[in-house]
Design a protein around this ligand. Structure first.
Ligand SMILES: Cc1cc2nc3c(=O)[nH]c(=O)nc-3n(C[C@H](O)[C@H](O)[C@H](O)COP(=O)(O)OP(=O)(O)OC[C@H]3O[C@@H](n4cnc5c(N)ncnc54)[C@H](O)[C@@H]3O)c2cc1C
Length: 463
């Protein structure tokens, strides 16, 4: 609900009096830029966006929110597909100006500010031959991704992003700056790792790092769509037998216009099987070899690349301002009927750029007990993400309908839904059972402990 005029003026006045960063109201020249997020479908009009310069600014925002009670959203990298970083008529606590990364190469840790992108982390850590488990697109924010779990190329070797967080600096609803770690506020530390919405504003993460790079070896094979079902079945076997040094992926997608690819293959539906070996390229052959036996590829894109390139290879295929609607299921091994369902539905996608991505879990993800963090999906073998991706507004209904249709059809085999891939609108009410699973009540209790007045209630209700 919009704030009454007087409350609005006092909120903005209070913020202007305390904040060192930029306070952007509706009449500010940067307002439209400040309210835009990655997903071009999102068109929300907050009352005010505060681009925080430091932790004191975040405290000022939280204090003002506690007094004036606007709707609150928190912006890290602004990439959640539901657009939850921005709200209508409320206060956006925007950390996008806080992107510092400080690496300690001896302790093998990185301190990462709450508005950093994975590109910032990869650049800083690779300078020392180290890596943090992040996502697969370097423009994505560290905060939202890590707080929701964090699937990525390193997951089966070193765990989810949240599994590699040693501590966090958090501004809680009372405006106090706290440390959340195994030793301090352990309940908050638990909840922030997997259910991290509406628990506070994380201004800094400390990650454990792992030696990797600069080069990594990857297998990447492209198949004709008519072979998709057979390749998916062989890939399922490959995934079941894969060592933890690789997190195999299968996708039904269209190749983006990568320089050097033949023109006739760009933008047409294909099937892809790929994986990156986490270790020295010289040791990759045994782990990657099974990819060459999945079927008759129409293209072999395998090779060696840098870790920084591997982490950013999809950036330009999923640009800012495109139209997106995603949702996913965690599941066990798909049977043949499920594979046929996925392949058949994918063939009917309204835009070939829409995709189905299948990611393999297990390995290090399951070395952590299911109650050790709030991430509720350990033990699932795969995440199947239905990603409607399009640019023509005329395809909005068809694209969203296509994604919902496949997601609904897969519900009987679902083990739950991934917070970070949750889309728009009606899913907002679903940040509960499907996402938090058996941890839902414990998360609610911890939210009440740290935010008894519900200052972050609106942020807690959105993915
Ligand atoms: C192109 C693309 C690729 C992706 N690839 C992957 C992937 O490989 N693996 C994966 O796991 N996910 C992936 N995702 C999903 C991604 O994890 C989520 O979109 C995630 O929310 C992005 O983080 P963000 O900081 O950019 O989000 P934002 O949209 O900024 O924030 C999302 C929510 O997180 C919370 N939040 C953000 N920052 C803070 C903070 N500092 N303190 C407290 N709460 C905060 C807020 O509640 C906010 O509403 C991808 C998304 C995109 C768009």
């Amino acid at each position: 609900m919009a704030l009454p005029e007087v409350a609005r003026r006092t909120l903005i006045g209070d913020l202007r009096a305390r904040v060192r960063g930029t306070v952007i109201g509706r009449d500010h020249p940067e307002y439209d830029h400040a309210r835009a997020v990655w997903n071009g479908l999102i068109d929300r009009h907050p009352e005010v966006v505060v681009r925080c310069a430091d932790v004191d600014d975040v405290v000022a925002c939280v204090d003002a929110a506690r007094v004036h009670r606007p709707i609150v959203s928190i912006r890290g990298g602004g990439h959640q597909v539901a657009g939850s970083a921005v709200c209508d008529d409320g206060l956006v606590i925007d950390l996008s100006g806080m992107r510092d990364v400080v690496v300690d190469p001896v302790a093998r840790t990185a301190r990462v500010q709450g508005g950093a992108r994975w590109a910032d982390v990869d650049a800083a850590t690779q300078a020392f031959g180290l890596a943090a488990p992040g996502g697969e697109v370097s423009e994505t924010g560290v905060a939202g991704l890590t707080l929701g779990g964090g699937l990525g190329l390193l997951q089966r070797t070193h765990g989810l992003s949240c599994d590699n967080v040693l501590s966090m600096t958090v501004v809680t609803a009372d405006g106090v700056v706290r440390t959340a770690s195994a030793d301090e506020h352990a309940d908050l530390y638990w909840a922030l790792r997997g259910a991290g919405r509406g628990l506070g504003v994380v201004t800094e993460f400390t990650f454990a790092l792992h030696p990797l790079g600069p080069d990594v070896a990857a297998a990447a094979f492209v198949y004709a769509p008519e072979d998709a079902g057979a390749v998916f079945r062989s890939w399922r076997q490959l995934a079941a037998e894969a060592p933890p040094t690789i997190a195999p992926e299968f996708a039904l997608w269209a190749l983006p216009p990568v320089p050097g690819l033949p023109d006739e293959i760009i933008g047409v539906p294909v099937a892809l099987a790929f994986g990156t070996f986490i270790g020295a390229p010289a040791d990759a052959a045994t782990a990657l070899e099974p990819f060459s036996r999945l079927g008759e590829p129409i293209l072999d894109l395998s090779g060696t690349t840098t870790w920084v390139e591997a982490q950013s290879q999809f950036d330009f295929a999923i640009p800012d301002g495109g139209r997106y609607y995603w949702k996913s299921h965690f599941m066990d091994e798909p049977d043949d009927a499920t594979i046929d369902l996925i392949v058949g539905h994918a063939a009917r996608r309204p835009d070939p750029n829409s995709a189905v991505f299948v990611r393999t879990l297990g390995g290090a993800v399951d070395r952590i007990g299911s109650d050790e963090t709030a991430f509720a999906h350990r033990g699932a073998r795969f995440n199947v993400s239905v990603d409607a991706i399009w640019s023509d507004p005329a395809l909005d209904d068809d694209s969203i309908g296509w994604a919902r249709g496949l997601w609904n059809a897969l519900e009987p085999v679902s083990r739950g839904m991934y917070l970070n891939f949750a889309g728009l609108g009606e899913e907002e009410g679903a940040v509960g059972g499907l996402i938090l699973g058996a941890h839902e009540e414990r998360v609610r209790r911890i939210r009440r402990t740290y935010d008894p007045e519900g200052v972050f209630e609106s942020a807690a209700a959105r993915p």
